[in-house]
Design a protein around this ligand. Structure first.
Ligand code: CAA
Length: 380
């Protein structure tokens, strides 16, 4: 067992960190306040391989490992969790679903452009009445000759407005329960597909989130992704990997909040000395540093297992559950250490505090992670 990253991975961390510091840090608050999705950043992200991190070079990807992927997501989240979320959803949901279950023709048509940042990907599982109970999907797809016709709506879709291509789950045979749900690829501009309300969010505001509505949306029969009836199980497998990404995002966010708190603690003086010299502050920093390190290890273990081709349902759920919950504490302590300055927008603390809450909700709430873990370890 060797816990060290390779030299290449250390170099990768340095280059993504430098990129985030120079290309993202100066715009973080502006993008947050205006809820601006930074389309202008996409070619630069693609230039570093961040739009196709884990996809083979023959599909235009950077051919990196799942551990490398975690490093990239972590370093983006350390500076801007919203940008990191977009990169994670693009790579880990839409592109992943097509790469994992697509035909060769579908991979050629979509994975390359997605990996090169020529297309932005969206993924639709959640619906207004089907969130944690994802098998409660109401959107339907009916076969009509050489087409499928979709009707329904997806909600909380990352890139619902800015995405060029979307993978969406829809019921193809209601009598078969979760085995009657299939996945489809829908291109933006297809008649009958339209973006709905853009969400006005608490945090992660640079990442586009909106409804997507399907009204008699007709797509070619070959846009069925994977086997008919296997869309739900496929989505669960996509989420097994996706949740490792959200865990990495939480680790990076917690790291960013911790660094901001440490910096402030040794700059701010009260009672004639830096507040970081008081045990009350030191213990917060120490406890958070310890928890962040533990969450990083859980996350890298899940990623390592993915790289070995092992199933990671349990490890991904554990990594996401723990990392997101400790990140909430790290962000809260960051605000607390900043005191009144943690409550205003001149310091980064309040944004980490707003952004972090998504990590205990997106790609499955903490309650769902506990349910997944219980089913894995308690045999229920
Ligand atoms: N890998 C392989 N197969 C899996 C699996 C996995 N990880 N998880 C479940 N399955 C299989 C089961 O074995 C089962 O197969 P059988 O019927 O043959 O036994 C089948 O799938 C159904 O599984 P369950 O009985 O466990 O299904 P369930 O209805 O009880 O739901 C759940 C399970 C874990 C609660 C699931 O619904 C879930 O994960 N919910 C949360 C959804 C979620 O994370 N949503 C966020 C999406 S993010 C988004 O949409 C927006 C965005 O842009 C980010």
């Amino acid at each position: 067992m060797d816990f060290r990253l390779t030299e290449e991975q250390e170099l990768l961390r340095r280059s993504v960190r430098e990129f985030a510091e120079t290309e993202i840090r100066p715009h973080v608050m502006e993008w947050d306040e205006t809820q601006h999705f930074p389309t202008e950043l996409v070619p630069k992200l693609a230039g570093l391989g961040l739009m196709g991190i884990q996809y083979p070079e023959e599909y235009g990807g950077a051919g990196m490992s799942a551990v490398d992927y975690c490093i990239c997501i972590e370093e983006l989240a350390r500076v801007d969790p919203g940008v990191s979320l977009s990169v994670a959803a693009h790579n880990g949901l839409c592109s992943a679903h097509i790469y994992m279950f697509g035909t060769e023709a579908q991979k050629q048509r979509y994975v390359g452009p997605l990996a090169r940042g020529e297309m932005i990907g969206a993924w639709g599982l959640t619906e207004p009445t089907a969130g944690s109970d994802a098998a409660g999907t109401r959107t339907v797809a009916v076969r009509d000759g050489d087409s499928w016709v979709l009707n329904g709506a997806k909600t909380f879709t990352t890139h619902g407005r800015v995405g060029h291509v979307m993978v969406a789950m829809a019921v193809t045979d209601r009598s078969k329960g979760n085995k009657g749900i299939s996945a489809f690829i829908i291109e933006r501009g297809t008649p009958g597909m339209s973006p709905g309300k853009k969400e006005n969010k608490l945090g992660m505001r640079a990442s586009d989130t909106s409804e997507v509505v399907f009204e008699n949306c007709r797509i070619p029969a070959e846009n069925l992704l994977g086997e008919e009836g296997q869309g739900f199980v496929g989505a669960m497998q996509v989420l097994d990997a996706g949740r490792i990404g959200i865990a990495a995002l939480a680790v990076g966010l917690a790291q960013g909040a911790w660094e901001a708190a440490r910096h402030y603690a040794f700059e701010r003086k009260q009672f004639g000395r830096p507040i970081g010299s008081f045990e009350a502050i030191q213990w917060k920093l120490v406890d958070n540093a310890t928890r962040i390190e533990a969450s990083r290890l859980l996350t890298y273990r899940a990623a390592y297992m993915k790289d070995q081709g092992q199933r990671t349902t349990l490890q991904a759920a554990m990594a996401k559950l723990y990392s997101s919950e400790i990140a909430v504490r790290a962000a809260e302590d960051c605000v607390q250490i900043h005191g009144g300055y943690g409550f205003v927008k001149d310091y980064p603390a309040e944004k980490y505090f707003r952004d972090v809450k998504l990590t205990t909700i997106g790609e499955g709430t903490s309650e769902i992670q506990r349910l997944v873990i219980a089913r894995q370890i308690l045999g229920r």
